[in-house]
Design a protein around this ligand. Structure first.
Ligand code: HEC
Length: 220
């Protein structure tokens, strides 16, 4: 009986915990399902990231070359279009913004975002970037429903105003997809290898069983 109660409480605690997980500040997170096998989406997300986020947020646990290779972007094209300083293709994706300048200008240091999708979850990022709203009491005239009183300006405001809601959501989908990839760049390879391992185990089990039957015959 005690064991039964224990199992039921574990089962129920899953719901309680997961209900909390989907909280995005003052609102509920929107549904977000990443697809890191969609290279075109990752390439679009990378381009948005490099143009709108990389000035403030480094990706210092990642290297340009790795991203280029994983996203199937020719090295030369990557070097010419997506590296803005004198970094080399093999370098870590670091930026030159100093801590004191950032705190002077922005009031906070923009954190490195390499692992942000693991720290916050992709649905949090997706909801965050789509929930800025006008608020004249804040320094930039905007506030955020997911991250109240955030010190980050709404860097995509012009883009949001010039696109339809659907188009803007698509841009943020791709950007979040890229951030999901960069937080765990081997995820896709792991899944592929996992399938082969399971396949191998099934075949191996079949052979092991056949061997077992042969041995059993001799034992009689
Ligand atoms: C002008 C500099 C600047 C730019 C450009 C910028 N951010 Fe930020 N961002 C910040 C600052 C500063 C913070 C810290 C806010 C705080 O602590 O109040 C921040 C915080 C964040 C956070 C929350 C981090 C956390 O978990 O606390 C995310 C996510 C984020 N930025 C994503 C982005 C994305 C995606 C882009 C590009 C579309 C971007 N930022 C562009 C300055 C910037």
């Amino acid at each position: 009986m005690k064991i039964l109660l224990f199992l039921v409480s574990i089962f129920l605690s899953q719901f309680i915990l997961s209900a909390g997980e989907f909280n995005c500040g003052s609102i509920k997170c929107d549904n977000y399902e990443a697809d890191v096998s969609d290279k075109a989406s990752l390439q679009r997300g990378l381009s948005t990231y490099m143009n709108y986020c990389y000035g403030c947020h480094s990706l210092k646990y990642s290297r340009y070359k790795r991203v280029a290779e994983d996203l199937l972007i020719p090295i030369e094209m990557y070097e010419n279009n997506l590296i803005y300083d004198d970094s080399k293709i093999g370098d870590l994706m670091e930026i030159s913004l100093s801590k004191s300048d950032a705190i002077n200008w922005l009031g906070a240091y923009p954190p490195d975002l390499t692992l942000e999708a693991r720290l916050r979850r992709p649905d949090w990022i997706y909801t965050y970037l789509r929930n800025y709203y006008p608020d004249s009491s804040r320094p930039y005239g905007v506030n955020n429903r997911v991250y109240q009183n955030v010190n980050m300006p709404h860097v995509l405001e012009d883009m949001q105003n010039s696109l339809t809601k659907l188009e803007y959501d698509r841009v943020i989908y791709d950007l979040t997809n890229f951030m999901t990839y960069v937080a765990d760049p081997s995820a896709e390879q792991r899944k592929r290898v996992g399938t082969y391992v399971l396949l191998f185990l099934v075949i191996f089990t079949a052979f092991a069983y056949m061997t077992y039957r042969e041995f059993k015959k001799d034992l009689k």
